[in-house]
Design a protein around this ligand. Structure first.
Ligand code: ATP
Ligand code: MG
Length: 341
């Protein structure tokens, strides 16, 4: 794994203006994404995975969302001329347009939210290429669209390119969306639950595809998922999110073999003891652990996992959990992490 950081997120905090006032949903997220790696983000529903990714891409409408602090620095080989790096928190929309879809792309759980039903697949890929690859002729763009559809495994791409999204099956639509995200050969791909809406066989195919493409395109991928099996299968490193905070970061091996945060340990407890590269994990959703993730308005106690944690002590209720370093690039946000005694 190369150690060039193509994306550095520091102390990113995100909130929403609601009828009940301002709520903070992501608190001080910090991480790096290194070139060529696949970084998994796991955590129960509502922990802030999508909000974090969409904020980084600046895809969340503001208002109601707002960034209350932090920075998101994008850099890397694909940056436009004269723009070696960009703080996306401060970037203007015209600067964002130069990098979004070009240096950094995103695919979603439900392809119909990314694909426009009234335009053909080819037209939509063409729109992306027109914006980001002005050097290509009309024919060049069409060729590239067909080539990318072919690359993502769409049969008869020269015919499919002129079809509308509803003419494709769910799995094919997902492939078309991936083609749209990848036609510009971005350095970074955000994939937010890209397979949850698909049946298990298609899920495995799409994951294999993402895995192959990441090698071909040498891109860094952020994979958001509920599925620990998927993480085990294709991620290099993992961020575990809980109630708006990243509570642990480590390599897949660290996280699966020696979880440090009690939340991670609880998540992993019900997984079979198979090695972390075993395909049989696939399809296993996050196990349910007793209790509920607090809603943002109930974040009160310094450690948000307090009510559900078997190891909690009074201190956890009184002081903000410290970020305890447990080795190179490995840390947990906890007073009493495993492996630190
Ligand atoms: N427009 C909004 N207004 C107010 N709160 C919001 C809005 N969008 C998201 N939230 C809140 O932000 C928090 C984080 O949501 P987010 O969608 O990022 O969770 P997630 O980790 O992606 O969950 P899931 O696994 O279900 O996709 C949740 O508490 C959610 O209710
Ligand atoms: Mg989500």
């Amino acid at each position: 794994m190369a150690d060039t950081s193509v994306l550095s997120v520091r102390d990113l905090s995100i909130g929403f203006k609601t009828d009940e006032g301002r709520i903070e949903v992501v608190d001080g997220a910090s991480f790096d994404l290194f070139s060529g790696e696949t970084l998994g983000i796991v955590g129960e529903s509502g922990s802030g995975k999508t909000v974090t990714a969409k904020t980084i891409m600046r895809l969340l409408p503001s208002p109601p969302s707002f960034i209350s602090g932090g920075s998101v620095t994008l850099r890397g080989p694909g940056m436009p001329e004269g723009m070696p790096e960009l703080d996306m928190v401060k970037a203007r929309e015209n600067e964002m347009r130069r990098v979004r879809g070009n240096v950094m792309s995103m695919i979603f759980q439900e392809p119909m939210t990314a694909l426009n039903p009234v335009f053909t697949v080819g037209f939509q890929i063409d729109e992306v290429l027109r914006l980001h690859c002005p050097e290509l002729s009309r024919k060049g763009r069409r060729d590239k669209a067909i080539k990318t559809l072919d690359r993502v495994g769409i049969p008869a791409p020269a015919k499919r390119v002129d079809e509308f999204p509803h003419q494709l099956s769910g799995g094919m639509r997902q492939r078309a969306m991936i083609a749209m995200a990848l036609c510009t050969e971005p350095d970074i791909l955000f994939a937010d639950e890209p397979t949850t809406a698909l049946d298990v066989t298609i899920q495995a195919q799409i994951l294999d595809l993402i895995n192959e493409l990441k090698a071909d395109f040498k891109m860094a991928t952020v994979l958001i998922t509920h599925d620990l099996g998927v993480v085990a299968e294709i991620c290099d490193r993992v961020l575990v999110m809980y109630a708006g905070r990243i509570v642990e970061q480590g390599t897949v091996m660290d996280i699966f073999d020696r979880p440090a945060h009690p939340y991670t340990a609880a998540l992993l407890k019900s997984l079979p003891k198979a090695g972390h590269h075993q395909k049989e994990h696939l399809g296993r959703k996050l196990p349910t652990i007793e209790g509920l993730v607090p809603a943002p308005k109930d974040f009160g106690v310094p450690c948000r996992f307090f009510d559900r944690c078997g190891k909690a002590q009074l201190l956890c209720k009184q002081e903000m959990p410290p970020k305890i370093e447990l080795g190179e690039g490995r840390w947990a946000l906890c007073q009493f992490p495993e492996g630190k005694h």
